[in-house]
Design a protein around this ligand. Structure first.
Ligand code: AMP
Ligand code: GLY
Length: 413
């Protein structure tokens, strides 16, 4: 079987790594891919992930059996619709269903209509409407841009002054819609769920991300600074409850509303005193959650995708170990940062590093993005896996990079 992965980041590196282990797969391509993936897949840097027509032409010419779309943008831009129209098997939802990630408002309406537990919300269509709302809201209050914002469109305001500043920032154009949300307290976790219409199968292993830039959850929100799995202090009964209260009803509700979701639904949830509540949905694997989960997954991802397509039973199998991943990012990220900084060489094909932002120049790696590389460690528990992950961090020469020191600490007592 020939598989084409779309994307260029660490999540796609992990997808290519995992798919490469499948006995079903004979050939893997990545469009555009990155220079760290070339030992496990054929990359095609000359084709961009937004070049839909070229991607389709490539898939047809090469006789690709399955396309796996990694990032959100091509999904929201309708790449899956175009591939499906040509009869090419595609893992990743169509444009209409991908709105569950692309529009906070869409997701909120759906949850309200079908009684799916989430934070209370209010939607403002103008700066004035937003300012008026402040007279009745409690603090902290969460403000979110309606559309995609790469994890940077969320502001938690702890008082009226901060809320006014947030409104100024988020209501930056005429048509901007801002969603206000009740602040949820508790522990956050990420549950990946395979979805084909009303057939929804959550991973029976959750992961925890670290969204803030600095130690002890300080600093600005990022795309994710590290992750680990499993999460020993969140009981399996919570996964069951999240499945019953969130995963099954959201799949049903999408179907009832006439959407066809085929792909991976990421449930970002908060475990509150009243049980799990939705913080966000994504229409794709989390990054860096995918990297740690796919490293721990022992069963065959490609087989799971085929079984999902045919609505066959899916039984995941996991390694009997814990995985911790620490993100090394360019100094300055998520703000502005320099690119082109030399990073020492390291092994990129054995699952210890998944690369998001490096390219080869004159025979060595230089940085090309904000998040650069996730260093992974495996061990009998999170503490051991953490030690291994930081060994992998320290094996990279990293003057131009920074990372958090506390990845996994919530699971270590
Ligand atoms: P989002 O892009 O919606 O995932 O939000 C980014 C991060 O902001 C989340 O991972 C949470 O840490 C935080 N956050 C978002 N919404 C809420 C909420 N309603 N209550 C508390 N924290 C939130
Ligand atoms: N790590 C969070 C995300 O992928 O959205």
């Amino acid at each position: 079987m020939k598989v084409l992965v779309i994307g260029a980041g660490g999540r796609e590196h992990a997808l290519a790594y995992k798919i490469n282990l499948s006995p079903l797969v004979s050939e893997i391509h990545v469009i555009p891919g990155n220079d760290a993936m070339t030992h496990i897949a054929q990359t095609h840097p000359e084709i961009g992930e937004s070049a839909h027509e070229e991607i389709i032409e490539f898939a047809e010419q090469q006789g690709i059996d399955w396309v796996i779309i990694g990032p959100e943008q091509p999904l929201i831009d309708g790449l899956a619709d175009k591939l499906e129209a040509k009869g090419i098997n595609t893992f990743g939802p169509n444009e209409a269903a991908a709105q569950i990630e692309g529009s906070k408002r869409f997701a909120k309406h759906l949850m309200a209509k079908y009684d799916i537990p989430t934070a209370q919300y209010y939607e403002s269509h103008s700066k004035q409407e937003a300012l008026d709302y402040l007279s009745q809201c409690d603090y902290p209050i969460v403000l979110k841009k309606d559309g995609l914002a790469a994890g940077k469109g969320v502001i938690i305001a702890t008082n009226r002054e901060e809320a006014i500043a947030a409104i100024e920032k988020l209501h930056d154009s005429e048509n901007e819609v801002v969603v206000f949300e009740e602040y949820l307290e508790g522990e956050e976790f990420s549950l990946m769920t395979l979805v084909n219409g009303d057939y929804a199968v959550p991973f029976d292993c959750i992961a925890q991300d670290h969204k803030r830039a600095y130690d002890n959850d300080q600093g600005p929100n990022t795309g994710g600074m590290g992750a680990y799995c499993p999460v020993p202090h969140i009981d399996n009964s919570v996964i069951k409850e999240t499945n019953q209260q969130i995963a099954q009803p959201i799949a049903q509700s999408l179907k009832s509303e006439g959407y066809h979701f085929f792909g991976l639904l990421y449930i970002g949830a908060m475990l509150t005193n009243e049980g799990p509540k939705v913080i966000e949905f994504n229409a794709r694997f989390g990054d860096p959650e995918a990297q740690v989960l796919l490293k721990r997954m022992e069963s065959d991802l490609m087989q799971h995708i085929i079984d999902l397509k045919n609505k066959q039973p899916i039984q995941f199998k996991w390694r009997d170990s814990s995985i911790v991943g620490v993100m090394l990012a360019s100094k300055g990220y998520p703000g502005s940062y320099e690119k082109g900084k030399k990073v020492s060489d390291f092994e990129t094909n054995n699952g210890t590093y998944f690369v998001s932002g490096l390219k080869r120049e004159d025979g060595h790696f230089v940085t090309s993005g904000g998040r650069v590389v996730l260093a992974l460690g495996e061990g009998k528990d999170i503490a051991t896996a953490k030690r291994e992950a930081y060994k992998a961090v320290n094996a990279i020469e990293n003057e131009a990079l920074f990372y958090r020191e506390d990845i996994g600490n919530k699971a270590i007592h």
